[in-house]
Ligand binder design. Structure first.
Ligand SMILES: C[S@@+](CC[C@H](N)C(=O)[O-])C[C@H]1O[C@@H](n2cnc3c(N)ncnc32)[C@H](O)[C@@H]1O
Length: 282
């Protein structure tokens, strides 16, 4: 018997999403996509996909809810503490030392699929602390991108509720945030280290020569072949021996092992293998 999720024809819905948001739903895992559309159909009390498409085209609020359900924005500051601890205690200080020794005056990092900015600001705080111990004049550039323009706007505002901030150690909270009414606002110094912009990971990467990319809890929503394309793009954006950090339940498939070495399996920290210089003549 066909499962209910197999019977939805999502072609018209996919066309609407592509034309309004530029997002290609064929890159997302089909079973998850179907489950999420069915969930929204039930919430909107629509009995079939035709009725739901009518609802989507007449109600822009439902369109936003569908996009939120498909892309899922759950995030938090220093999500997966052990991953940040591992970066903070070893990889990031080593990276800063390396930069200091080689005379490169800038550390560049990217939070790809940054949602509302918590991961991006966490990376900036982590790098800033490592840099201030060794070389306070070193520049820091941390980019946050997400396919959702709304999420990027929220990230750029940098205003977070008490609940979002309460898990942060007091020195980070007081050093990098200012109390604003019932919320906390990212202090201008931390804000000056980060840049947010909308970006679809299925498009060409906007950055190069990066030292660190964190792309966590994003690839899991994509079809296998698309994940490979996205990660190959990450390789092009990283400098040799730059770091790629994935989500806890995400792994690179075999063909990508040529590009990356898994250096900390429990935290899904990968290092880009040095690429051969194809311009060199033998
Ligand atoms: C679960 S959040 C992960 C946030 C953060 N990386 C973390 O782990 O806490 C997934 C984010 O990926 C974004 N996303 C989904 N598809 C994307 C795409 N094609 N390009 C860029 N971002 C995408 C979503 O909008 C969402 O904000």
């Amino acid at each position: 018997m066909a499962h209910q999720t197999d019977v939805l024809d999502l072609s018209e819905l996919a066309w609407i999403v592509k034309s309004r948001y530029g997002v290609d739903l064929s890159c997302y895992r089909s079973t998850c996509l179907h489950r999420r559309v069915l969930h929204r159909m039930a919430m909107a009390s629509c009995k079939d996909i035709e009725e739901y498409i009518g609802c989507l085209t007449s109600d822009s609020g439902e369109m936003e809810k569908l996009m939120d359900t498909i892309t899922i924005h759950v995030t938090e500051f220093f999500r997966d503490r052990d991953v940040f601890r591992s970066l903070e205690r070893g990889y990031v200080p080593a990276l800063v030392d390396e930069k200091e020794t080689s005379g490169h005056g800038v550390v560049r990092a990217w939070s790809a699929g940054c949602s509302t900015g918590e991961e991006t600001y966490s990376m900036a705080m982590m790098i800033d602390r490592a840099v201030s111990r060794v070389s306070p004049d070193m520049h820091i550039e941390v980019y946050g991108t997400d396919v959702s323009e709304d999420s990027c706007r929220t990230a750029r505002k940098g205003v977070y509720s008490d609940e979002k901030i309460e898990g942060l150690p007091a020195d980070l909270r007081d050093g990098y945030f200012e109390k604003e009414g019932r919320s906390w606002k990212v202090a201008s110094r931390l804000r000056s280290l980060v840049r947010f912009r909308p970006h679809d990971l299925f498009a060409a990467s906007p950055y190069s020569h990066l030292d660190l990319i964190m792309c966590r809890n994003v690839l899991i929503h994509f079809e296998h072949e698309v994940r490979e394309e996205v990660v190959t793009n990450f390789s092009g954006s990283l400098r040799d021996r730059g770091l790629l950090v994935l989500g806890k339940s995400e792994t690179l498939s075999r063909p990508l092992e040529d590009l990356f070495e898994l250096v900390k399996p429990t935290c899904k920290i990968y290092r880009k293998k040095p690429q051969e210089d194809h311009t060199r003549e033998d």
